[in-house]
Design a protein around this ligand. Structure first.
Ligand code: SAH
Length: 379
């Protein structure tokens, strides 16, 4: 039975015909010569990333077809023509059959992040495909891959526009406006993956005091304000993130004194917050980027969550997340379980959260499921 996993590890390869280089398009064959599929090859433990299964070689319109399929899914989910939301992920790597490619749509500008040389070499075809699929909606395409391409490949990629040139980066998510800085910001500029979880927070916020820890540009804060929070504190260790959060407050809730933002380290800020907050959001950066630091990362999640569970007001709600790919849903839940035990409080799980529909997971590639969250009720 074929498993359709898109990654072929170097140890699984018996023989290589001809000279292949990083980024080349290759076919993967069984020992009897039958073609399994086509993919891009790379130097490293993942030797080939398959993007097309079957005997038929991908034709000229392959990328257009794939991107159209990705667009169709977003369109069916109501994301492409929503007056309140004009930001979504258009291509989510393996989840859309395009390993090594991320494409985020920001109100007409598509920001691309290439993670494999093969995809990067196909960038012109990908831009042409985007033009065809998005038509008049497409204003510009920005390539932000200098830091995401494998550095060993030594291709010296530079960030820059591949099409058009858009200066303003303002988007809307469920009616909240955000300035997005794809030139300097984190990831492609915005954490699109928390859209539905922010919306859920809005429903828990009425009349409550809310701490948004690791706020970045303030996403969860505005959802809480929209939901009628009494007070919202946004915290991030990056001064630049806090400046953007404050700018975004002015865009959405000008002069609203319910909100205050602080540049601070999470652990320091949480030293003494006893009984201050009814709702706490913890959305830290990935604590484990590699499997060898998994144990350490789980300790980090445990300590962080213990601080929140110990100090949240009785009847409090904790939204807690992990976006580390190597941390499984169970790993994370166990870390939070230990945190609850340390705090010694009664804790119930209300929701188990994940990534939204525009970050689909290919069922043959479970590694694509990276965002995990829990909503807890703390007595
Ligand atoms: N919740 C955000 C995304 C969070 S990304 C959203 O919805 O958009 C993680 C953030 O944590 C980054 O902005 C980073 O600057 C911040 N961060 C990293 N280490 C930190 C620390 N020790 N204390 C506080 N913030 C930190």
């Amino acid at each position: 039975m074929e498993r359709f996993h898109p990654w072929v590890f170097s140890g699984a390869i018996d023989r290589i015909d001809g000279a292949v280089e990083e980024g080349d398009l290759v076919s993967v064959q069984k020992s009897d010569g039958k073609i399994i599929g086509y993919g891009h090859c790379a130097i490293g433990s993942i030797a080939v990333r398959i993007f097309s299964f079957g005997e038929t070689a991908p034709g000229n319109d392959f990328w257009e077809h794939r991107i159209r399929q990705a667009y169709l899914l977003r369109s069916k989910m109501g994301l492409t023509d929503d007056p309140g939301t004009n930001v979504y992920r258009l291509v989510h790597g393996e989840g859309d059959g395009m390993p090594g490619l991320i494409a985020d749509y920001y109100n007409g500008t598509v920001v691309l992040q290439f993670h494999s040389v093969g995809m990067w070499l196909a960038r012109e075809a990908i831009v042409e495909a985007l033009k065809k699929v998005l038509g008049g909606k497409l204003v510009a395409v920005y390539d932000k891959s200098a830091k995401t391409l494998p550095f060993k490949a030594n291709i010296d990629a530079k960030d820059g526009y591949l099409y058009g040139n858009s200066l303003t980066g303002e988007v809307m998510e469920y009616g909240n406006r955000f300035k997005v800085d794809w030139l300097e910001g984190q990831k492609t500029g915005f954490f699109i993956d928390q859209r539905e979880n922010r919306r859920l927070l809005a429903g828990f916020s009425k009349g409550r005091t809310v701490l948004n820890m690791f706020c970045y540009t303030g996403g969860f804060s505005f959802a809480a304000m929209q939901g009628g929070a009494e007070l919202v504190h946004s915290v991030d260790s990056s001064a630049r993130a806090i400046a953007l959060t404050n700018e975004n407050v002015e865009l959405n809730f000008p002069g609203d004194s319910r909100h205050e933002a602080f540049v601070a380290d999470a652990f320091e800020f949480m030293q003494d917050i006893k009984d201050k907050y009814d709702v706490i959001v913890l959305d830290p950066p990935a604590f484990a980027k590699h499997r060898n630091v998994l144990a350490q990362a789980l300790q980090g999640y445990k300590r962080l969550n213990a601080k929140a569970i110990q100090q949240i007001r009785p009847g409090g709600i904790l939204f807690t997340f992990s976006c580390s790919q190597v941390v499984t849903r169970n790993n994370f839940r166990e870390a939070v379980f230990s945190a609850a035990a340390i705090a010694g409080r009664e804790v119930r799980i209300l929701h188990q959260l994940s990534q939204p529909v525009d970050h689909p997971v290919n069922i043959y590639h479970p590694e694509g499921e990276y965002l995990k969250g829990l909503v807890l009720y703390i007595e």
